[in-house]
Design a protein around this ligand. Structure first.
Ligand code: SF4
Ligand code: FES
Length: 249
């Protein structure tokens, strides 16, 4: 296949960016999207040009490092799929594909398709520690938790922190990410000790980082590669209101 790429090129945060045309030739349907970009970059390097900057690490859909807009959709056209797991068989010979970075004030651009997502790290840091008396393995196993609760907590913990939810939201809200992180500890007895303090400090950090408010439209859920449901946002709001009523940390 031959794929016509229009890629956002921007040398740095203070320089102007623009879409630049590239042709990806001899693309195999079995290549992943990032492998296709690797091949384009190898030919750019051979010509002495600057390769396209993009993030990736595991390339197995588990680390959250990859992610950019493909024709305006975070991670591209396949539901529940990170861009590193997207395959070129999803495209046709001659297709034009537009690549742009996440666009949100709280994710400042570093270069080309790479943005700074350290705001997510600061939200998690704001959550602080959990006080768990770990004891022995036997003690851990003696804390009984119902199967549905365990499953919900595990599903929330599946968030990989990729930022697609922010990129899809017209308010650039990180409510889905923050609520997944709040939920997976709030649901379990091990997260109970700092439960109220945690939700307040994480929500306050979310707002301070410049993310917008949730207006409940579900764009985040639609593009999340881990299919995190927006019911987490409702849970985070309940946790937050309860914490504010009971005590200020
Ligand atoms: S909630 Fe989904 S889209 Fe948002 S950071 Fe987590 S995995 Fe990515
Ligand atoms: S590179 Fe790790 S999730 Fe895509």
């Amino acid at each position: 296949m031959r794929i016509n790429l229009k890629v956002w090129r921007q040398p740095g945060p203070t320089q102007l960016g623009k879409l630049v045309d590239y042709a990806a030739d001899a693309v195999s349907a079995d290549m992943s999207f990032l492998e296709m970009l690797d091949v384009v970059n190898e030919s750019l390097i051979r010509k002495g040009d600057d390769p396209i900057a993009f993030d990736s690490d595991c390339r197995e859909g588990i680390c959250g490092a990859c992610g950019f807009l493909i024709n305006g959709v975070p991670h591209g056209p396949d539901p529940g799929t990170t861009v590193c797991q997207l395959h070129m068989r999803r495209f046709k010979d001659g297709d034009t594909v537009i690549l742009e970075p996440w666009r949100a004030k709280a994710f400042p651009l570093i270069k080309d398709l790479v943005v700074d997502r350290s705001a997510f790290d600061r939200i998690i840091q704001a959550g602080g520690y959990t006080s768990i008396n770990v004891g022995g393995a036997q003690d851990g196993n003696s804390i009984l938790i119902s199967k549905p609760t365990v499953e919900q907590a595990m599903d929330s913990a599946a968030c990989i922190g990729c930022g697609a939810c922010v990129a899809a939201c017209k308010n650039a809200s990180a409510a889905l990410f923050t609520s997944a992180k709040v939920s997976h500890l709030a649901l379990l007895p091990q997260g109970g000790v700092e439960r109220q303090r945690r939700v307040v400090t994480m929500v306050e950090r979310h707002d301070a980082e410049g993310f917008g408010s949730c207006s409940n439209e579900g764009e985040c859920e639609a593009v999340c590669p881990k299919e995190i449901p927006i019911t987490n946002i409702a849970r985070m709001n309940r946790e937050y209101f309860r914490a504010m009523l009971v005590s200020r940390p």
